[in-house]
Design a protein around this ligand. Structure first.
Ligand code: ZN
Length: 201
């Protein structure tokens, strides 16, 4: 019997979600216009591997995988495959997570941010990392322009827009509901993200 789990990521926060190979992971933006940052880590045999946006660009030779293509790890192993995109996109794979320094730069000290939310979620799962990989920025509207700019515009994802991914390994995922509220990124307000994990077993 398939079983499913539902995890709510509160606005401006993050959660770790452990998944098994073959699980389907749906990342849903219930209210619309909310960017979800996604990381994936593999810890088999004590060796850390992680979803690498640069390695994924390197292998797919695209800014973002197409349906049926995978996101790859630093060690060039498939981590997640994009099964379904029930959003208008676009998605981003160029930007880093928002972090304390970005908000300090914007004159907003001690602001919630995706990097701190990632590190806190990993810590709760007993994992420490010495660097922060760039995330996959789902629903982020920042496509490269012909003039070279990558302006971050308001997300155009409608309420309920989602993507579905298949785990290709046992993974620890971390999903954050992006905290940016000084820029149009997340529309008028930071809202929650829902994660639904369906196990075929
Ligand atoms: Zn963010």
């Amino acid at each position: 019997m398939p079983s499913s789990r539902h995890i709510t990521i509160a606005p401006q926060s993050g959660e770790a979600v452990a998944v098994k190979r073959g699980d389907l992971v749906r990342i849903i933006d219930p209210k619309g216009q909310q960017v979800a940052d996604l990381w994936a880590f593999a810890t088999e045999e004590g060796a850390l591997d992680w979803l690498s946006t640069s390695q994924t660009r390197n292998i797919t030779e695209r800014l973002f995988p197409r349906i049926g293509e995978s996101f790859y790890s630093a060690k060039a192993e498939p981590m997640l495959t994009l099964i379904e995109d029930a959003s208008p996109g676009p998605h981003d794979m160029l930007y880093p997570a928002c972090d304390r320094a970005l908000y300090d730069h914007a004159g907003l000290p001690d602001h919630p941010n995706c990097q701190d939310n990632l590190l806190a979620a990993l810590k709760r799962s007993g994992i420490a990392i010495s660097f922060v990989p760039d995330p996959v920025d789902l629903f982020q509207n920042s496509p490269p322009q012909p003039n070279g700019r990558i302006d971050v515009l308001a997300s155009i994802n409608p309420p309920g827009g989602y993507v579905t991914l298949r785990a290709e390994r046992d993974l620890l995922l971390v999903v954050t509901a992006c905290s940016v509220d000084f820029h149009p990124t997340n529309g008028d307000a930071c809202t929650e993200i829902e994660v639904e994990v369906t196990s075929p077993r």
